[in-house]
Design a protein. Structure first.
Length: 410
């Protein structure tokens, strides 16, 4: 006998400790396949969100570009205008659905965590480590995403940076896991071990308790739990009658018509004072050495355009609003920038990552992109960015800078 006794100590390391009659490789495989579909949606929409931020422009990047593993970033289009509302709505909704799916999956394999003997060979140790990385990164991603979407963020690290690096670890772990598990998954289905009590299935209890639910019943309960989470959150981005059901979305409900839609950061929180936005306010418009100063009345005297465009926050909520203001292309023409490649916007806001943004060629030149002066037919409320804010189709809400002070075309 070596250092590790052959016989497991009493408790969870013994197979007979686990008595659920439904655990089996077939059940775990079935849960895993549902989970995999959800993970693919969450991963793809997550990396799309990173692209939508357009980290290559100006000072948009929150992750230093040389430490950013996404080597190329697809140019983000401006149509359909609800594109980011849809991709990010899917990301957050399916991310929330991951909570019940992950709990079912972890429950189905929990005996493996205590399996005796502990790993003794390098290969077995590596497998254990890979599983810990997989479960750890899954829980990390879901927990940070969940708290961010709930506007409750107790962690002392930057959400975007942590969630982004976590995503790479998680995605790599999932790929490794799926690739190494394919033979087990195929065997579980081929031998239909749901029905045949295969003796060598390590997930089957050797001493099962009385049957209270079938394996298909477990899948049904899991589906119902996932559906319940989806129906109480998807309304924050899908809108319509589902909006009233979005109980899990802190900013998803309430009045959405007219200017009383959710506020991401109030003027008070952003340290915007009445003096800053009073009569002395001027918009600075700049391009290649030329600069023009405009009062709000002068902006109102320019051609006014009205567009239906969404605000779609990374937190998952979105709202379609009717904006009125000056076209960005009209502002560009004022300073002789007929063909701008990008536009840098700075807010009156003294501090914070969201006080400035850079938007790309497609966004600046889109006829629907506005410096908005009104929303829902009334003057822009202070909390929504009075005297003027940016509103651009299909970009993440964070690029729709409020309380604009300067715009510079490049
Ligand atoms: N100056 C400034 N603009 C800003 C922000 C901010 O914090 N400061 N928040 C952004 C974010 S993250 C979002 S989602 C939208 C929300 O707009 P709303 O508060 O009018 O709904 O504003 C964007 N514009
Ligand atoms: Mo946001």
């Amino acid at each position: 006998m070596g250092l590790i006794p052959d016989e497991a100590p009493p408790g969870p390391a013994r197979p007979e400790f686990w008595r659920s009659p439904v655990r089996s490789t077939w059940l775990t495989t079935s849960i895993g396949l549902v989970l995999l579909v959800a993970i693919v949606i969450v991963s793809v929409t997550g990396f799309l969100s990173h692209a939508a931020y357009q980290p290559d422009l100006g000072r948009n990047a929150l992750i230093p570009r040389d430490l950013d593993l996404q080597l190329f970033v697809v140019p983000w289009p401006t149509s359909p205008s609800w594109l980011y509302a849809a991709t990010q709505g899917a990301h957050v909704t399916v991310g929330l659905v991951l909570v019940p799916l992950l709990l079912f999956k972890l429950w189905s394999v929990i005996p493996m965590l205590f399996r005796w003997p502990p790993p003794t060979t390098p290969a077995a140790a590596l497998e254990k480590l890979a599983n810990l990385l997989l479960v750890g990164s899954a829980l990390f991603q879901v927990l940070t995403g969940l708290t961010n979407a709930q506007l409750f963020y107790p962690w002392h690290f930057n959400f975007v940076v942590a969630h982004y690096y976590g995503a790479w670890i998680f995605t790599a772990s999932v790929v490794f896991h799926v690739v190494t598990r394919v033979p087990t998954m195929r065997a579980a289905y081929r031998t239909r071990n749901e029905i045949l009590g295969l003796a060598d299935d390590p997930l089957r209890s050797p001493d099962p308790g009385p049957t209270t639910i079938t394996r298909r019943g477990v899948l049904g309960v899991m589906g119902a739990a996932a559906g319940a989470v989806a129906i109480t959150s998807v309304g924050q981005s899908a809108g319509g009658p589902l909006r009233e059901l979005a109980l899990l979305a802190p900013r998803g409900r309430g009045e959405v018509d007219g200017p009383r839609f959710p506020v991401n950061k109030t003027a008070a929180v952003a340290a915007i004072t009445p003096e800053m936005v009073g009569d002395a306010w001027r918009l600075q418009v700049m391009a290649a050495g030329r600069a023009v100063e405009l009062t709000r009345d002068e902006l109102l005297a320019m051609p006014q355009r009205t567009e239906r465009l969404p605000i779609a926050c990374v937190e998952g909520w979105s709202t379609m609003q009717t904006w009125t203001g000056v076209r960005l292309t009209d502002l560009a023409r004022l300073v002789g920038a007929a063909d701008p490649a990008s536009m840098h916007v700075v807010s009156l806001q003294p501090r914070g990552a969201f006080k400035q943004t850079t938007i790309g060629r497609a966004q600046v030149r889109d006829e629907r992109s506005l410096l908005a002066l009104a929303v829902g037919g009334v003057e822009l409320p202070l909390d929504h960015g009075y005297p003027a804010r940016l509103i651009v189709p299909a970009l993440p809400g964070v690029h729709n800078t409020k309380w604009v002070a300067t715009v510079e075309f490049a």
